[in-house]
Design a binder for this molecule. Structure first.
Ligand SMILES: [Zn+2]
Length: 363
């Protein structure tokens, strides 16, 4: 497409869950609702248009064993792109993926730097593994390296007790979150268990990943403080298998993981019903493949979240939460077209008809 070419998107443009227009144009890579005058080279695409989907928890440049090379990272990002996922919140990666920012054909990435974990309390080769006295310094370092987020590992198995346990004392984590906020970054934490949550909320955390340990006690605290959750249900689905693998050595942990798994849908629905902001994240790039946003939205619906809200959790609401525009006048043209109304049946997300990234038709 030449620079003077215009794209005309026609059909139903879902500017918001209830704000539907008939058409928009893309001129110079940006969205406009004003028909351009004198445009000669106009290409028309039709369908139901959504803003580019968001995967609010994935990892680029990472696989089950640690950092991967650039060509593997590129494949991960292209897989996301071709499923209409055009904005990624990278929830921790040991690889430097800054080079991707210069690639117009790859999705936009919002990085949380590298995971910060307690010594020997996370997956090998993933995290900075440190002790609490160094937490403030590492949080400051990753806040400067990232794109407005810092990622902590909030709980993990403690081999001395054989169960999940919180990783950080309240004092240190409070100081660390305050430091991140001072530097303009938000903080999120990986948490499976119940007991890590009250301290993190009291410390001012902005988001919790997985959040399988939410209870009647902690859900109101999250709602009151507006702490978001990214449940990653497609990942939680692997808990029974993990439990089976660790059963012999850590039976208490295995039993705990099974309990968290068994109530996962009730947990997510109760949080949603209480007003906790819920966003779509897949945890792709650790042990799961990229491109699973449609499956995660379907899981949120299976948990009892209304389809339009589950859709918003990867579209309008997710973009707003991450501070990125949707289908608004002058916004960069990142959008996806579907055959049918995704608000009616979210399964259509698995098969986008067209993907437009930075004004270019990439699929
Ligand atoms: Zn993750």
């Amino acid at each position: 497409m030449s620079d003077s070419a215009v794209l005309h998107i026609r059909g139903r443009v879902l500017v918001g869950p209830e704000d539907v227009r008939d058409e928009l144009w893309i001129v110079g890579g940006r969205i406009t609702f004003q028909r351009p005058t004198g445009a000669r080279d106009v290409r028309t695409l039709t369908g139901w248009a959504l803003p580019g989907l968001v995967d609010a928890h994935c990892h680029v440049g990472l696989d089950a064993h640690g950092a991967v090379d650039e060509s593997t990272s590129e494949k991960q990002a292209l897989t996301d792109r071709d499923t209409g996922t055009l904005l990624l919140r990278d929830a921790g990666s040991p690889a430097d993926t800054r080079w991707m920012d210069d690639r117009a054909d790859l999705p936009r990435v919002i990085r949380a730097g590298r995971h910060i974990a307690r010594t020997r309390r996370y997956i090998r080769n993933y995290a900075h593994e440190i002790e609490p006295e160094d937490l403030v310094a590492y949080v400051a370092q990753e806040a400067r390296r990232g794109d407005g987020w810092v990622k902590l590992v909030g709980d993990w198995i403690d081999r001395s007790t054989g169960d999940l346990a919180a990783c950080w004392p309240r004092g240190e984590v409070t100081a660390a979150i305050a430091e991140a906020h001072r530097l303009g970054a938000r903080v999120t934490a990986h948490c499976f268990a119940e007991e890590s949550l009250p301290d993190l909320v009291a410390a001012g955390i902005d988001c919790v990943e997985h959040a399988t340990g939410l209870t009647e006690e902690t859900i109101p605290l999250f709602a009151e403080r507006g702490v978001a959750i990214v449940p990653t249900l497609v990942n939680i689905a692997t808990f029974p298998k993990l439990a089976e693998g660790g059963e012999r050595k850590y039976p208490r942990w295995a039993e705990h993981m099974r309990r968290l798994h068994a109530r996962r849908y009730d947990t997510v629905r109760a949080a949603y019903d209480a007003g906790v902001p819920v966003y779509v994240g897949t945890d792709a790039g650790g042990s799961l493949p990229h491109g699973l946003v449609a499956a995660e939205v379907a899981e949120l619906v299976a948990a009892g979240i209304p389809p339009a809200a589950a859709l918003s959790a990867t579209a309008w609401a997710a973009r707003e939460w991450l501070g990125r525009p949707g289908l608004t006048e002058g916004a960069p043209a990142d959008l996806v077209l579907y055959e049918t109304d995704p608000r009616e049946d979210v399964r259509v997300l698995a098969a986008p008809r067209r993907v437009v990234l930075r004004g270019q038709v990439v699929l």
